[in-house]
Design a protein around this ligand. Structure first.
Ligand code: PGA
Length: 252
């Protein structure tokens, strides 16, 4: 059965205090979650150590980005190996903010995915179309291409550590969410693409992201191909994030 995952991407938000209080609260509540969801906290890298400490062995921790290199003269970057060293087991790759603001191409995303997987982390690979691409009727083709290129070099024994997050760019931080039906249709299409690539598509968790809130999570997570969510803004509010974690049905 596929893993059910709710991951909170703090982006460039948070503090040492939030790493203690919010994560401590989520950890205390996670103990009573009976839906089998894996909860992942993805803070800015500078707070990873604090979050790992607060998370204990109840929550998983990830980084938002890694360099595509092993180690060396890359001022300002952190490596996947360092994330492992600090106790992380997840890393994002290809978030639309990295693609748009930092100019990351599909090729760079693929290199980062390789690093993440080679060093033993789970890769959460983000894909999604812009509003313009959706309105032009190109959404499925754009997303399929991002999946094919970003995951081009995944080895057969690495698929079990691949997670794909579908995040329509127009839904991120805007308050606009894809309807559960539209999100489901794209997830089914992504699963199809993965299958065509020779991946064990039915075993790969597909997360939805983009303005997931406490009041719309349950409808999204009820869809058969939506295995959880990647949560931005709402992951910074402890009660909301826990409520989203509770919205995952017991069996997907
Ligand atoms: P949002 O962000 O929930 O604030 O829309 C989601 C994301 O970018 O991962």
């Amino acid at each position: 059965m596929r893993r059910k995952i709710v991951a909170g991407n703090w982006k460039m938000n948070g503090s040492k205090d939030l790493a203690q209080t919010l994560v401590g609260f989520v950890r205390s509540q996670a103990a009573s979650l009976d839906n089998g969801v894996e909860v992942v906290i993805i803070p800015p890298a500078i707070y990873v150590g604090d979050v790992v400490e607060s998370a204990g062995d109840v929550l998983s921790v990830g980084v938002q980005n890694v360099g595509q290199w092993g180690s060396g003269a890359y001022t300002g970057e952190i490596s996947a190996e360092m994330a492992v060293d600090q106790g992380c087991n997840y890393a994002l790759a290809g978030h639309s903010e990295r693609r748009q603001i930092f100019g990351e191409s599909d090729e760079v995303v693929a290199e980062k995915v390789q690093r993440i997987l080679a060093d033993g982390l789970h890769a959460v690979v983000c894909v999604g179309e812009t509003l313009q691409e959706r309105e032009a009727g190109d959404a499925e083709a754009v997303v399929a291409s991002q999946v094919q290129k970003g995951l081009a070099a995944v080895a057969p024994d690495q698929w079990q550590r691949v997670v794909v997050a579908y995040e329509p760019v127009w839904a991120i931080g805007t308050g606009k969410t894809a309807t559960a039906q539209d999100a489901q249709a794209m997830h089914a299409s992504i699963r199809n693409v993965l299958s065509e690539m020779g991946a064990p598509a039915d075993e790969i968790s597909l997360l939805y992201g983009g303005s997931v809130k406490a009041d719309n999570a349950a409808a999204l997570f009820a869809e058969p191909d939506i295995d959880g969510g990647l949560i931005g803004g709402a992951s910074l509010v402890a009660e909301d994030f826990v409520s989203i974690c509770r919205s995952v049905p017991a069996s997907i």
